[in-house]
Write a protein that binds this ligand. Structure first.
Ligand SMILES: O=C(O)[C@H](O)[C@@H](O)[C@H](O)[C@H](O)COP(=O)(O)O
Length: 251
């Protein structure tokens, strides 16, 4: 099992907008701190509603990478890159060269190999450091969680969640459409300095409960395997936290 994160927290706010504001505040704090320490800040984003919730509080001055991507052309409505571009990347002064979309190909394996080659070049060019485990270390990852407990495109009953070798892998039978995707593996995800799990949908309340209440009698979900090097924060609204004990600290 991954080494437990040194510092974990769960914060719960009434609405999705309040969660998005808290996430933006969290990102702003870490980006200011890390940019002052090393002059740059790398952020990895999930797709799905997470990107929508960030549109109101644009992230600026960052290296922008997607933790997973649908293997579709970049102008396809299903593209996470297009979602991020329209959502906020086109609205904030992030240099185009700091944004890393996939090079589309119909072959998910080819796209995954090419995306891993892009990451390896960022490491070779010293844009990204390597963690002690030999995987690229991002400053911050913003991850969503699916109703089945998937993170990125690492799903409960698919082998990609056990891939501990590659930096980027691919799936062609995703239970969540579209079927063809590429995704970071857990060794890359768990090398991140800070990770924010942003969950604001009641459909995900069971996955949140099973994960945060550490139910040993239930098979561990992919989202329970997420560990960060320094800080792992869960940002929930009341809907997503609705299955947690009433004693849980709700703002
Ligand atoms: O490409 C994707 O679909 C996402 O990366 C995926 O991992 C998403 O984060 C979760 O499925 C949660 O999606 P929602 O936030 O839309 O519920």
């Amino acid at each position: 099992m991954p080494v437990p994160t040194k510092n974990e927290q769960v914060v719960i706010y009434p609405t999705e907008d309040e969660v998005a504001l808290q996430v933006a505040t969290h990102v702003a704090y870490f980006s200011d701190k890390i940019i002052s320490e090393k002059g740059s800040f790398s952020v990895v984003l999930s797709g799905g509603t997470l990107i929508n919730s960030l549109r109101n509080y644009g992230l600026v001055e960052m290296v922008n990478i997607l933790v997973d991507e649908r293997v579709v052309p970049l102008d396809d409505p299903e593209s996470n890159y297009l979602l991020a571009l329209n959502g906020f990347l086109s609205k904030v002064p992030i240099p185009k060269e700091n944004i890393y979309p996939i090079n589309y190909s119909p072959s998910a394996e080819t796209v995954a190999q090419d995306y891993e080659a892009q990451l390896r070049k960022l490491v070779a060019d010293k844009v990204l450091p390597l963690s002690a485990t030999g995987f690229p270390q991002f400053d911050l990852m913003l991850l969503g969680v699916g109703p089945d407990g998937h993170v990125a495109s690492l799903f409960p009953n698919r082998p990609q969640r056990y891939n501990k070798k590659d930096w980027v892998t691919f799936i062609e039978d995703s239970p969540k459409p579209p079927p063809k995707r590429i995704t970071f593996t857990f060794p890359v995800i768990n090398s991140a300095t800070c990770i924010a799990m942003v969950v604001t949908d009641e459909e995900e309340a069971d996955a949140v409960y099973i994960t945060l209440e550490h139910k040993p009698h239930l098979p561990p979900l992919p989202c329970s395997e997420v560990k960060a090097q320094l800080n792992l924060s869960w940002f929930l609204n009341w809907d997503a936290a609705s299955k947690l004990p009433s004693s849980t600290n709700k703002k």
